[in-house]
Design a protein around this ligand. Structure first.
Ligand code: HEC
Length: 109
């Protein structure tokens, strides 16, 4: 009986973990697409993982202390020359979440 519970817990732990990995992988794929196409972050930023060479904004591979929250904030509200993607529905909130997740997890790789 005890053993059976253990197996059940192990099964669910593995199952939910793999679901998370699939979700993260999907975010990375979608994030790359937003970065290069829909939002064209690539036009202004270098990000080696995305193959982008824009040089209007800072090189995202070398910026330190990027967090998902800080990227979300800049993408939503803009900064200097950088447009505010949260205004006028250029990107949805979900797309901003996804592209921020993508940038933080690809920078410097
Ligand atoms: C029109 C050019 C342009 C586009 C498009 C653009 N950016 Fe920027 N970005 C800039 C500039 C310029 C800055 C620096 C702003 C400043 O410091 O005044 C910047 C700053 C940033 C920073 C802060 C870097 C730091 O030094 O902390 C991040 C992160 C960033 N951009 C991510 C993105 C993402 C993600 C996208 C796409 C959703 C994007 N940018 C689209 C021009 C752009």
């Amino acid at each position: 009986m005890k053993n059976k519970n253990f197996l059940l817990i192990t099964f669910f732990a593995i199952f939910f973990n793999s679901q998370n990995l699939i979700a993260d992988e999907a975010k990375m794929t979608k994030g790359l697409e937003i970065f290069n196409e829909k939002a064209a972050c690539a036009a202004c930023h270098i990000l080696k993982a995305a193959g982008s060479e824009g040089n209007i904004g800072p090189n995202l591979d070398t910026v330190s202390n990027l967090t998902i929250e800080s990227v979300k904030d800049i993408v939503t509200n803009g900064l200097g020359v950088m447009p505010a993607f949260g205004e006028g529905g250029i990107l949805t909130e979900e797309e901003i979440d996804i592209v921020s997740f993508y940038v933080v997890n690809s920078a410097g790789k």
